[in-house]
Design a protein around this ligand. Sequence first.
Ligand code: MG
Length: 256
Amino acid sequence: MKGRALLFTAFGLLAATAAAAQPRVVAHRGHWQAEGAAQNSLASFAAAAELGLYGSEMDVWLTADDGLVVAHDRVYGDTQIDMERDKERIIRSIVLPNGENIPSLDAYLRTVREYPQTRLVLELKSLTDLRREDRAAAKIVRMIRRYGLEERTDYIAFSINACLAFRKEAPDSRVFYLEGDLAPHRVKALGLTGIDYSKEVLRAHPEWVVEAHGEGLEVNVWTVNDEADMRYFVQLGVDYITTDRPEVLLRLLGGR
Ligand code: MG
């Protein structure tokens, strides 16, 4: 029995190694190129989930009246409406190309809750005031808990202050740093889960992937849309690839 148990362990390790070699796919701003979707729309999360993706990324702002909305750019198109300086009601009046209004975080999380197989990768945009970032992180974590999503939400931010705020508010959650200016050992020292760096940064520092893994950190790379880049980062052994073209990456990975 002992030998058999060892054999199973060996197979388990082999399987784990094989699985680790295959990066997981994260849709950038949702699977927004799907029919009927738009960047950061409710439909884009649903489409990412329906494609069976590991995760779907989105961006959150804290509005002037402390609302939380899901959008990427500070100013949407030619509206001159500013995500941080205008009120939630005004921001939510903006209509996306698929006909949805810019969603509140509340509405977005209701959609996320309907698709339990897909992880939420939640980015807090850098705010002008660090105390506002702290307040945003606290409000976001409370809302994530209210929807029972704490075990399948990852937090990401360019702001170290925001990363540390998420770490403090949600000590058991996974928090990744985006800016790309810190070597993995420094991200480890901050108590974060991993690096989530641009393809340009990781092409300049391919050694950071091995270094991160050596530190027990995980590695995500964004935004990888070109097939040659996809192959490069699969070879490099990153854990996650964030892309605007999840269908292309899935095909390249052999359907998984
Ligand atoms: Mg983002």
